[in-house]
Write a protein that binds this ligand. Structure first.
Ligand code: FAD
Ligand code: SIN
Length: 536
């Protein structure tokens, strides 16, 4: 299956194509340069667009005195609620410290303590201070800056901005041989073209825009997961959408990207209170306000329901030097008329992170030969049912390194794109808001068979709103539709509560559900779903 698009009018070639310029794509591209392979990095907007530059809290790595990868592993497994792949977590926590050192060697500058050591803070679910941060709460911006400087200084990486990857090109045997792209450019590379390569890495980030309110930027429409799915790759764990507990609440009618109030603010002493001024997390979990974020998000949801209020409050008035420690958050609060040094911040949960994605092995390989996935797009299994805070930037660094090593060692010869016709589809961009609201209402923080059934009915109706006018908005909304359907289907199937998947009609976890839901399309375009065992 493919998206409806014009015939490619131009061709470009490279050994490897990396799609996306966040931490995952940039790390992969840079590491590939230790081989002689030519790298083409395509990215759908400006090169610094994506979730990476918005990351606030930091990067988790066992670098502090007394901390160990084993302790980091324990915290990751607890947050992942029984669904983490043990080997993937091992890789993440043991290779993490070295990956962070390499990032520092590439120029990233992290905040220091008064003694000159790297300052480490704490976030939800961590039993140690192990979060490195930069510019206070501007960690992602610094990571992005440092990696982009390295990429810009490397003439072996060709970058095309405003280049949206539409679909994968495959040989008759199914191996990847490139992508179709739409470029807003000038001269010979404008409109739809094709980029041929011997390996393709999808690093297109998350899919937060499936929901009406999200912390994710507008480019996070899950294009990579959707194009992998259309190409026949397996996707897994997509029902585990993490809702960040503390997103600045402004107005329920606002949609799109909303300002995040980092978990690190609670790490520095802020506490959650309800409308009556009661600290409601205190008795709910041994870690209180710093419980794993699925637990905090659902508790906030319950408090909001009980008090019929659109938000709870984050009391930040006792956080030391708020403006200096959290300059980005401070500025966005002030912009919205709140002084967090003196006033409490209204917060509510919003979609933040996709713990699932394109199913990959420990080398980032998907089920399609030559096709890799990295970062938030991928499902390595390291996050299980709920990602531990600040493990995401780390995953991009660690698996970007592994993928480049695997490509360098195993890259195949260029294969020829198949001439076979595929079914094409395209939806009308006008359905976007209805789709997002249906997902927020029926497949949000709390789900049930009834709410998910209603969402799936709406999605089915929306699928009849086809379009014959290919454009960026139509490709994006078609991707959102595929992912919304995959999320709602898996959420309906999983009849239990686990991690960030809460079912009001199945409020307990069930041992029968220590399994991952894997979805794919077969060659006839039939949607398949199976259950995989979890590797401990
Ligand atoms: P991204 O950084 O999102 O990059 C994706 C790239 O793909 C972008 O360049 C995009 O333009 C491009 N792209 C998308 N579709 C296409 C297409 N069709 N064709 C071509 N290019 C395409 N994680 C942490 O570990 N610590 C934190 O403190 C933290 N804070 C966060 C705060 C916020 C507000 C948000 C939104 C996320 C935060 N996260 C944090 C999560 C983390 O930032 C992301 O999971 C991570 O940055 C994802 O990196 P990535 O490289 O996979 O994707
Ligand atoms: C935050 O700063 O709270 C976000 C951290 C994360 O998503 O890992």
């Amino acid at each position: 299956m493919k998206l409806l698009a014009g015939r490619p009018g131009w061709t470009v070639t490279a050994d490897v194509i990396v799609i996306g310029s966040g931490v995952a794509g940039l790390t992969t591209a840079l590491n590939l340069r230790s081989s002689n392979l030519s790298v083409l990095l395509v990215t759908k907007a400006k090169i610094d667009e994506g979730s990476t530059k918005w990351a606030q809290g930091g990067i988790a790595a066992a670098l502090g005195p007394g901390d160990t990868p084993d302790q980091h592993k324990k915290d990751t497994l607890i947050a992942g609620a029984g669904l983490c792949d043990g080997e993937a977590v091992n890789v993440l926590v043991t290779e993490g410290p070295e990956a962070v050192r390499k990032l520092i060697a590439r120029g990233a500058v992290f905040d220091k303590s008064e003694t000159g050591e790297i300052a480490l803070t704490r976030e939800g679910g961590h039993l140690r201070n192990r979060i490195l941060h930069a510019g206070g709460d501007a960690t992602g911006a610094e990571v992005s800056r440092a990696l982009l400087a390295a990429v810009n200084g490397d003439s072996g990486i060709e970058v095309i901005e405003n280049a949206l990857a539409i679909d994968i090109l495959q040989s008759d045997a199914g191996a990847v041989c490139g992508v179709t792209l739409h470029v807003i450019g000038a001269g010979s590379r404008d409109g739809v073209g094709r980029a041929l390569a011997r390996a393709v890495v999808i690093a297109t980030g998350g899919l937060g825009q499936v929901y009406a309110q999200t912390t994710n930027p507008s480019v996070s429409t899950g294009d990579g997961v959707a194009l992998a799915l259309r190409a026949g790759a397996e996707i897994a764990d997509v029902e585990f959408i993490q809702f960040h507990p503390t997103v600045l609440w402004r107005d329920d009618s606002l949609s799109g990207q909303q300002p995040l109030i980092s978990e690190a603010v609670r790490g520095e002493g802020a506490v959650l209170v309800n409308d009556k001024g009661v600290r409601f997390m205190k008795d709910k979990h041994p870690q209180g306000d710093l419980a794993p974020r699925d637990i905090v998000a659902i508790e906030i949801f319950k408090q909001m329901k009980e008090s019929n209020s659109p938000h709870v409050w984050l009391d930040t008035t006792k956080v030391k030097d708020f403006a200096e420690r959290f300059p980005t958050i401070f500025a966005s609060c002030i912009e919205n008329g709140i002084d967090p040094r003196k006033q409490m911040i209204p917060v509510s949960p919003a979609s933040h992170y996709s713990s699932g994605g394109v199913k990959v092995d420990l080398a980032g390989r998907t089920s399609i030969p030559g096709l890799y996935a990295c970062g938030e797009t991928a499902c390595t299994g390291a996050h299980g049912a709920n990602r531990l805070a600040s493990n995401s930037l780390l995953e991009g660094l660690v698996f970007g390194t592994r993928i480049s090593a695997d490509i360098t060692a195993n890259i195949a010869e260029q294969s020829v794109p198949s001439e076979k016709n595929s079914t094409e589809f395209l939806l009308d961009p006008a359905i976007k808001m209805t789709l997002q609201l249906a997902m927020s209402q029926g497949a949000g923080v709390m789900r049930s068979a009834q709410s998910l059934g209603e969402t799936l009915t709406t999605l089915k109706q929306l699928s009849t709103h086809t379009s014959d006018k290919p454009c960026i908005e139509a490709w994006e909304v078609s991707n959102l539709y595929l992912l919304a359907t995959a999320i709602a289907q898996a959420a309906l199937k999983r009849e239990e509560t686990r991690g960030s998947h809460w079912r009001s009609d199945f409020p307990e976890s069930s041992n029968e559900w220590v399994k991952r839901i894997v979805q794919s399309y077969d060659n006839d375009g039939i949607w398949l779903s199976k259950l995989d065992e979890v590797k401990k």
